[in-house]
Write a protein that binds this ligand. Structure first.
Ligand SMILES: N=CN[C@@H](CCC(=O)O)C(=O)O
Ligand SMILES: [Zn+2]
Length: 411
């Protein structure tokens, strides 16, 4: 289909999940060029309008292209051995303290050339695309030196040029303490602030800056320094916070206007209030919760009550979430976190886009994650009866058509 597709296309008689709510069939969606031109019940589309359109499909469930707003899919090596250790009872934190975990991926990533990293990441990203992802965030964080972090970000950018997907890059220099700074974590934070962030900004390689605020990573004060450096370079911020303990990293990030606080199993009431006040998104990562067999649930009811938007993402990475399947995450978000299927879908569309600043809120006028007139035509048509069925069954292969920026890429 790519190359010779019609200029005006209609999907007719569909059930529509528009990013927030379900509009029952029969709805029609008209795409002209790269944008959505019209979204309306079929009864409101007159014969003249329909006559100028090529019918791409009749029936089915349409959603916005999925937005996976939290991944670490560029990395070297594998951590299958640690998976085995965890099955023998060694905890994620203990593995990290022994110098494994993130640091073992850092060693393999430093070792790998840009080419090797690109070749390894490409099929991982393709797996997400084949299950409906049209926008993906990719973090650095396994380089932990200026050169290696930039190398990772370059690979992420190249992936976005090579494949039909929007790639948003995030510099995660403050992910773990590299061995050469073993006894000098403040020294490493200085490197992140004074060299890494300026270098990534100068080369235009980072769309945002992230930190890992945790007892096994960096303190709230250190993360705040990173945020101040990001702000000085005009880069939006986000945080891995309250994953394994409650340090108050989310509230601090919210005070700095963070796009999102991610993981947040240990988020307390004050943290929920801070996210609400800042308009930050709570990014839920059920893949990590599942893989690490966590027991502390994120405060879903409090977030819901406060009206904090909840996003859902794969967290695809070699350690805590080696899962490259977005629709499985919809299911996990419901079964593990008790989101409704509609909330889970909004989490991987409209709210996922907001967690990246791509919802026309502050950093972009793209309005991704929504099916509405004027928005970029990133769409998925699914072989399911209802939007909820996408979260209900764990069944890859239900994507019938995928439209990226007005181009049909899967048919
Ligand atoms: N929490 C910190 N960072 C990653 C894990 C990375 C890893 O274990 O390699 C996460 O989002 O889960
Ligand atoms: Zn992460």
């Amino acid at each position: 289909m790519p190359g010779n597709q019609p200029t005006r296309m209609i999907w007719r008689d569909i059930t529509l999940f528009d990013g927030i709510a379900t509009l029952p069939a029969p709805m029609g969606v008209i795409v002209a060029g790269e944008r959505i031109e019209r979204v309306a019940p079929m009864s409101e589309l007159d014969p003249e309008t329909l006559a100028g359109c090529t019918v791409m499909a009749s029936g089915g469930v349409m959603t916005p292209g999925l937005v996976d707003c939290h991944t670490h899919l560029v990395f070297g090596g594998s951590r299958a051995d640690e998976f085995e250790q965890r099955l023998e009872g060694v905890s994620y934190e203990e593995i990290a303290r022994r110098g494994g975990g993130i640091l073992s991926t850092v060693a393999a990533t430093r070792e790998a050339s840009e080419e090797t990293l690109f070749a390894a990441a490409r099929p991982r990203l393709q797996a997400l695309i084949d299950e409906g992802v049209t926008t993906v965030e990719i973090k650095s964080g396994y380089g932990l030196s200026v050169a290696d972090e930039l190398k990772m970000l370059r690979v992420a950018r190249r992936l976005g040029e090579a494949l039909p997907v929007r790639v948003v890059t995030t510099l995660l220099g403050a992910h773990a303490l590299p061995p050469e700074f073993k006894d000098d974590s403040d020294g490493y934070i200085r490197l992140v602030c004074e060299e890494m962030i300026p270098a990534a900004a100068a080369e235009g390689l980072a769309d945002a800056v992230d930190v890992f605020c945790e007892t096994i990573a960096f303190s709230v004060a250190q993360c705040e320094r990173v945020f101040e450096a990001a702000e000085a370079h005009g880069l939006p911020i986000k945080a891995h916070a309250e994953q394994l303990s409650n340090l108050g990293g989310s509230a601090m990030a919210a005070r700095h206007g963070a796009l999102s606080a991610d993981h947040i199993e240990y988020l307390d009431e004050a943290g929920v209030a801070a996210l609400r006040e800042a308009g930050s998104v709570a990014v839920l990562l059920p893949g990590a919760f599942h893989t690490l067999r966590e027991t502390k649930l994120p405060p879903i009811a409090a977030l819901r009550e406060a009206g904090v938007p909840m996003a859902v993402a794969t967290d695809a990475n070699p350690g805590s979430s080696p899962i490259f399947d977005p629709t499985l995450m919809l299911n996990f978000a419901c079964t593990l976190f008790r989101l409704t299927p509609q909330e889970a879908l909004a989490g991987m569309t409209a709210h996922g886009a907001r967690a990246l600043g791509l919802d026309d809120r502050r950093f972009s006028d793209l309005a991704l994650g929504r099916i509405e007139a004027g928005a970029p035509a990133d769409l998925c048509l699914w072989n399911v009866d209802t939007p909820a069925a996408l979260a209900y069954a764990v069944q890859p292969g239900r994507l019938r058509q995928r439209v990226f920026n007005g181009e049909v890429t899967h048919d």
